[in-house]
Design a protein around this ligand. Structure first.
Ligand SMILES: [Fe+2]
Ligand SMILES: [Fe+2]
Length: 197
């Protein structure tokens, strides 16, 4: 009887210590740097995409105002990552000038194709970013609780942008499926490059 009791207690202790160690996961420094670098790049690119769309639709049009709401949130996001990149001493991506031009060009060119195409661009970009933020939440340890909170809030904002795109009939844009795939692939490539370069 005593033997069984000792075995049970030992197994409970083992489980408890296992649980403790998983909740105390420490984030690898390289992973942390990649997360901050790529998010800084992505938020910068997002502000440029919406700048490009607003340049075409104008700030005061009905759609322009909706886009401005998303652009304002992107501005908050990039400002936060501007702080984080300094606080954690992370080198920004060398490709910011490229994301400046590419982001603006993507926003303006889809806006020139029409309102639904602009919204299709939003849906594709925000889908990738929302999923990407979710993956990062799984990678970060409890040693970065504040960063996790920030990323979780931003993920919710990006998913709200995605839903705004859907509500504005993005899925009825001409060539929606092909356009979405091309933009999603472009975003994923940009993410992969900006982590490292
Ligand atoms: Fe954002
Ligand atoms: Fe967004």
């Amino acid at each position: 009887m005593l033997c069984i009791y000792i075995k049970i207690m030992a197994s409970k202790k083992k489980k408890a210590s296992k649980k403790k160690s998983s909740s105390n996961k420490i984030t690898n420094r390289e992973v942390l740097e990649e997360i901050i670098r790529v998010d800084h790049a992505g938020e910068y690119g997002a502000t440029k995409i919406y700048d490009g769309q607003i340049a075409i639709f104008g700030k005061n049009s009905k759609l322009g105002k909706t886009i401005q709401h998303m652009a304002d949130q992107e501005q908050e996001h990039i400002e936060k990552f501007n702080e984080l990149i300094l606080e954690h001493r992370v080198r920004p991506t060398a490709l910011l000038p490229l994301w400046n031009v590419a982001g603006f060009a993507l926003g303006a060119s889809t806006a020139l194709m029409g309102e639904k195409a602009a919204m299709a661009c939003t849906v594709a970009v925000e889908k990738v970013i929302g999923e990407h933020y979710q993956e990062q939440l799984n990678l970060l340890g409890d040693d970065h609780k504040d960063l996790k909170k920030t990323i979780s809030k931003f993920r919710d904002d990006e998913l709200e942008h995605h839903d705004i795109g859907i509500e504005h009939d993005a899925e009825n844009a001409p060539g929606y499926k092909v356009m979405s795939k091309v933009i999603e692939l472009g975003c994923k490539t940009a993410i992969a490059i900006s982590k490292k370069v």
